[in-house]
Design a protein around this ligand. Structure first.
Ligand SMILES: Cc1cc2nc3c(=O)[nH]c(=O)nc-3n(C[C@H](O)[C@H](O)[C@H](O)COP(=O)(O)OP(=O)(O)OC[C@H]3O[C@@H](n4cnc5c(N)ncnc54)[C@H](O)[C@@H]3O)c2cc1C
Length: 477
């Protein structure tokens, strides 16, 4: 439990402040609202909800004397499933949900960390504008804009973090600074992939662009077609004239909720208002498919993100793990075979939903990072095109945690070793999809990790965000 002293101090500093104490109804409701039950299992003693950026600054100054005995966490929307990244047992969780606000300016949108992407899209749609954000309307801002982030527009516009023009950030000292291409530039680059290590971001300015409706949706089909879908994906990625308007996700998985078969799901998008663009034909015209589940159509950005959010589950047990491989047909087919063989061990898990999702990092995406000012992720266009191999599991009962996590870890490790043996493995691990045993920051490479450590020493010389906020992926481990 936190020493009563820290809470007493905080209550003195914030008379009438929003403190939610463990055991109260409001606390339990908020603590149960993480995407994954693995994160809600952790029970802080208190949740504190700052109402302004100045509250955040004062909070950081007030807690400093106590970090040897009390630990803290930063929560955005709470959608990243790795346990402990945005919550802390017996400590104090700083919940940013009251720091809202969406202001559309000339060329960018300024977003508070308490917003969700769906609300941002609704406002931008009305202006004929788009932005790189989560494909899910329910997704939170911070986890993506600080960790990389894939959007519908990745092939054309780069990672979500590449589109952050300015971070308004509260440093460990309590100073509120801007980090952009002109001020605190090394902090700006470090935050593009640095996660919760360098400060608490109280506003994200993201570049906007003209955007009309987009074409896309879901196509559900059967396992025998998956190998040819892998081939189509690799062909598209390796095409020197590959379209920058496509965004492709292909998945294979199993859920008893959908019957006894392993099923496959494509989520192909074309980011212009064009119906049935021929470039998507290989991913949409698969036969046989379950026609009644085909949702391909023109969407506003908000509508497309609502559809993605609708397919997600909430307040269930959930975990993600990922690696990155080269766009190689044999490697991806072998990975899919390893995964589907492993599924046998979890088929009896109650309300289980298990998938292997392949998401491209096209060369055009990786090139955009450098062109947008750089980031911390350590990806080189010369290594592309690449494919993210994401294992995603949802299940109901805590008693199944060990079995599901063991299945995910062992399957991913087999896929990783197989890809390495073919010389098709790339070190990059996407932080947002990583699980506790993975090392995304190490995967950025020694040079980038070193730059992040330098930024930490400069902007947080006492290591408040390393020692006081132990959750998530840290810089000196
Ligand atoms: C249906 C569905 C669709 C998804 N779609 C996508 C997608 O399209 N693209 C994609 O890349 N991911 C996607 N994800 C992953 C998900 O969107 C992200 O995990 C989520 O948005 C993370 O943001 P958050 O604010 O909720 O982070 P949280 O879980 O609250 O926090 C994540 C980490 O960021 C830190 N953090 C959060 N806010 C701040 C801040 N303001 N300052 C400092 N540190 C902070 C926290 O301390 C923590 O370590 C999807 C997930 C689901 C379930």
């Amino acid at each position: 439990m936190p020493s009563s002293q820290v809470i007493e101090t905080l209550k003195q500093v914030f008379p009438g402040g929003k403190f939610l104490q463990r055991g109260t109804e409001q606390f339990e409701k908020l603590n149960s609202s993480y995407l994954s039950g693995l994160e809600s299992d952790l029970k802080p003693a208190y949740i504190f909800q700052p109402q302004t950026k100045e509250d955040v600054a004062i909070f950081l100054q007030a807690i400093k004397p106590f970090i040897a005995s009390v630990k803290f966490a930063i929560r955005g929307a709470g959608c990243q499933p790795v346990p402990g990244c945005a919550n802390i047992q017996d400590g104090v969780t700083l919940d940013l949900s009251l720091l809202t606000g969406i202001d559309i300016e000339d060329g960018f949108v300024r977003i508070g960390p308490g917003e969700r992407w769906g609300t941002v899209y609704e406002k931008l749609d009305a202006e004929g504008l788009g932005v790189c954000g989560s494909r899910s309307a329910k997704g939170g801002i911070g986890g993506l804009a600080l960790e990389g982030g894939l959007s519908f527009f990745s092939s054309r516009e780069g990672f979500i973090c590449d589109n952050v023009l300015n971070y308004e950030v509260v440093l460990a000292s309590g100073e509120i600074v801007n980090a952009n291409a002109h001020e605190n530039t090394n902090l700006w680059t470090a935050l593009r992939g640095g996660g919760n290590n360098l400060g608490i971001v109280t506003k994200f300015d993201l570049r906007t662009f003209k955007q009309g409706k987009i074409w896309g949706g879901t196509v559900l089909y059967f396992a025998p077609s998956f190998p040819s879908q892998i081939e189509a994906l690799v062909n598209e990625l390796r095409d020197p004239n590959a379209s920058k308007e496509t965004h492709l996700m292909i998945s294979i998985g199993y859920s008893p909720l959908y019957g006894k078969d392993v099923l496959c799901l494509n989520q192909p998008y074309y980011t212009q208002a064009v119906e049935n663009p021929p470039v998507l034909d290989p991913f949409t015209k698969i036969q046989p498919q379950i026609d009644a589940m085909n949702t391909m159509r023109l969407h506003s950005l908000k509508d497309a993100a609502d559809e993605q959010a609708g397919s997600s589950q909430s307040q269930v047990r959930c975990a993600y793990m990922n690696i990155t491989v080269k766009a190689d047909v044999d490697t991806l087919r072998a990975g899919s075979d390893i995964y589907t063989a492993g599924l046998e061990s979890v088929k009896t898990v109650e309300n289980g939903l298990f998938s292997l999702t392949l998401q491209p990092y096209p060369v055009s995406l990786i090139e955009k990072s450098a062109a947008s000012g750089g980031n911390s992720l350590g990806l080189d266009p010369a290594d592309g095109p690449l494919v993210s191999v994401l294992l995603l599991s949802y299940w109901k009962n805590k008693s199944d945690d060990d079995a599901v996590l063991a299945f995910m870890k062992s399957t991913l490790e087999m896929i990783r070793q197989d890809a390495a043996s073919r010389n098709q493995l790339t070190p990059y691990v996407y932080m947002n999809y990583a699980f506790s045993h993975q090392d995304p920051i190490g995967s950025y490479g020694a040079k980038n990790k070193g730059k992040l450590q330098e930024a930490s020493k400069k902007y947080d010389p006492e290591g408040l965000f390393q020692k006081g906020f132990p959750g998530g992926f840290k810089l000196f481990t």
